[in-house]
Design a protein around this ligand. Structure first.
Ligand code: ZN
Length: 409
């Protein structure tokens, strides 16, 4: 507890940029019986950070700060838990993730193959909606720290069903805003040059950065920040915006500890980023599909997360998810697993996909995890943005086509 308070106090100081020199990511291959032991690891080592959760079925990636690398390895080996070093020095990967460049505030020279600051993303939203007759900027809400959250509506007019694409809800998953900006570009260019017809039948809304406070914090202070930045008078700052929704809120697969990366928050829908998006989507007429885009692990999932029970629309959703995975594979050969969230990864309560499915009746509700499968994890190099975006576009357009052909009514 003491270390935890010291760590939180250090991070709360705010101005210092967190460095990750000689921090490691260990890939751990637990047996079923060892998963409980791993889940309790933060009690002994509160500074560790699960990049993939121990409750799942696959390997567990654990980011271990330098000071704890030795002791954590001793612990794992003492309990005979199979482990390997997956990322030798996290700071090296951060340094190699992006290359230095001048600020990009101009649509004509906008480079989609680099990671962008929030200021650049917001300028891009203004510029691209001003320059295209089918794109409009729509306000979603204002963050805890007062930043704008915006959506881009892509529509050729008329009355059509809608598909909402949400990106960047987890701050450190940088490839998701990058892929969603590419999606907007592809839709605009494809529609304008006649190669993409989907907007004839569906309106598409894209929220490129739905957790701007957290995203800014990953650029200024802590590359590994996941949550919002709300202050709740507790030990640590921030709430997991994908555990805060009204879908079995505070149930299995979410934490009541403010310092946990999966903290469900002081109350249901407490986060302004969550409640404003719920209201925004509720006000769009006839939304038939929604997807929350995350990274990493390469999954294409649907409800439920909070229970192992299947949703009423299981067979439809499973078919569409399978078609999405096939479409993705056809682009660059990448394999995405698909199925219900609770089955593919782990039980998780209070998540977007379950909320929109249960509470807003959006039949085609999905949650995706983009590249990769852990080689770079959250620190996917910029050269992989474009292939990730290309295959993601294929997956997203499969869902859009399902709306167009009436499968999501
Ligand atoms: Zn995520």
């Amino acid at each position: 507890m003491k270390i935890l308070i010291v760590l939180c106090a250090f991070l709360a100081l705010g101005s210092a940029k967190r460095l990750f020199h000689n921090d490691q990511v260990l890939r751990v291959h637990p047996t079923e019986g060892q998963r409980d032991l791993l889940e309790k690891l933060p009690e002994t080592f509160p500074a560790i950070d699960f990049w993939t959760e121990p409750r799942g079925t696959g390997p567990v990636d654990i980011h271990v700060p330098r000071a704890f690398v030795g002791p954590v390895k001793v612990f794992l080996n003492r309990h005979r838990i199979n482990n390997e070093i997956f990322i030798e020095n996290v700071q090296n990967n951060i340094d190699q993730e992006r290359s230095p460049r001048p600020e990009q505030m101009d649509l004509a020279s906008f480079d989609y193959n680099v990671y962008h600051t929030l200021d650049e993303i917001q300028q891009w939203i203004d510029d691209i909606t001003a320059s295209s007759s089918i794109a409009t900027k729509e306000p979603v809400g204002t963050t805890y720290e007062g930043r704008d959250i915006s959506a881009i509506k892509l529509s050729t007019g008329g009355v059509k069903p809608s598909f909402v694409i949400n990106c960047g809800i987890h701050a450190r998953e940088w490839v998701t805003p990058a892929s969603c900006m590419y999606t907007v570009k592809y839709l605009i260019e494809g529609t304008e040059n006649g190669n993409e017809q989907i907007l004839d039948s569906v309106d598409i809304y894209v929220i490129p950065s739905s957790n701007p406070d957290g995203y800014v914090y990953t650029w200024t202070n802590d590359r590994m920040w996941r949550k919002t930045r709300s202050q709740n008078g507790l030990v640590c700052i921030g709430v997991d915006p994908n555990r805060n929704w009204d879908a079995n809120w505070s149930g299995p697969g979410a934490s009541g500890s403010s310092c946990s990366d999966t903290y469900y928050g002081p109350s249901v829908m407490s986060e302004i980023e969550v409640s404003s998006q719920a209201e925004f989507v509720a006000n769009i007429p006839n939304v038939q599909a929604y997807i929350d885009v995350h990274a990493y692990s390469q999954y294409w999932m649907f409800p439920y997360g909070y229970t192992y029970a299947y949703p009423a629309d299981y067979s439809t959703l499973n078919v569409i998810a399978g078609e999405s995975a096939a479409a993705i594979k056809s682009v660059h050969g990448m394999t995405y697993q698909y199925g219900p969230i609770s089955e593919v990864i782990y039980q998780a309560s209070g998540s977007t996909a379950d909320y929109f499915y249960d509470k807003q009746g959006i039949k085609c509700s999905f949650a995706a995890e983009l590249r990769d499968t852990g080689r770079y994890g959250f620190l996917l190099p910029e050269r992989l943005i474009q292939p990730t975006a290309e295959e993601t576009y294929a997956g997203l357009m499969t869902i859009a086509a399902s709306v167009a052909n009436g499968q999501c009514v």
